[in-house]
Ligand binder design. Sequence first.
Ligand code: SF4
Ligand code: SF4
Length: 429
Amino acid sequence: MSFLTIIQILLFITLVGASFFVAFRKFKEIYDNINMGKPEQIDTTLGFRLKSMFLIAFGQKKMFKLTFATQIELIEIFIDGLTGKHRILYHAFEGSFLESLYVFVINFIEILSLLTFIVTIIFILRRTTFKVARFQMPELKGWPWRDALNILAFELTLITFIFMMNSGDSALHMKEHGEGYGFILSGFLGNMISSFPNGLLHFIEKTGWWGHLCMVMVFLVYLPYSKHLHILLAFPNTFFTRPEPKGEMRNMTAIEHEVKSMLDPSFVVPATDGEIKFGAKDVYDLSWKSLLDAYSCTECGRCTAACPANQTGKKLSPRKIMMDTRDRMEDISKGKKEHGPDFADNRNLLGDYVTKEELRACTTCNACVEECPVNISPLNIILELRRNMIMDEADSPAEWNTIFANMENNQAPWQFSPDDRLKWTEELN
Ligand code: SF4
Ligand code: SF4
């Protein structure tokens, strides 16, 4: 093994090791942030969990692309990087039936890469030129906007490096063996540059190899800071899908017990209920599942596009609710890093991030939950915050208070006594 190859292998190990270390630290931080939430029991069988994960997370085209093509790509990078050689799989399979399989897989990756390149350009145009409405909303200004474009630019760069690497390599292989590997796209490009001197072809191939390795590692480090974290979190999030029908409201257990004890004197309120807290004021009061939802949100905006409150000009955007929840966790985490674990900033998710006006605008129609492609429930967070606003802060419009009083006294929102409820039937024949 040459001195240069040893340097290359050491460089590879250092780059990959450092990237994994930095990424791991951020992933651990996100794990701790999700654990800020309250416990939530999700009673589902393993079969139900796996089914949800396969149907929703794997069922998405993007996930499929990632889990198939990228895994093959990563295997190739790692084997080549650790051995300091290129196309080691091809050479290992050469002459056997696996050679054709290898060529098929690389062709598959290249065609997928070309399609991704075209689609990425369309995505960039959709955001910058065609200005699709759901990508132009106020909550996407600033970092979310840059984040989306960063990833799209990243994809274009990565694919360019892959084609540089494969076409440089194909051209060298053609010169050496009189024929290419059988890769359709890079073989075509390699043919076009095969008249270049060998030194230049090696430079193109090596730049492509190191370039695409660096892009993969940059993506690994960037991922936990980006909305594209959903690529990974969609798996645990769908694995822990709640079993109840979408949008079903959960009772507050302690209140339910209190009502039960009023209706049935023999009912004993469990000691575990402790002090009753109404809804959620901050992320600590939300369940870990709602916090995982927030980190898994793709910011696609389908929920907001379907929200009747948003459509009629109200301030509410369910996508913003998810983004605010994530921002709040990130701010707390940053504060704890700077000021220690007891950090408190006298701010809350309710009021400082999500306004009461937004919460009041929700009709609980459930459209956002129905629309979400990855089973996220913005409604759950909205309901928890609104419960706190109304039951803890007693902050509700006067009209609502009348309704609440009627429901308490008359078991209906109207001001009629329950005894008068059937009076209208007296006028019937
Ligand atoms: S439940 Fe609320 S937030 Fe969701 S779509 Fe309906 S009005 Fe909008
Ligand atoms: S539809 Fe789901 S993933 Fe898309 S922005 Fe809304 S909550 Fe996030």
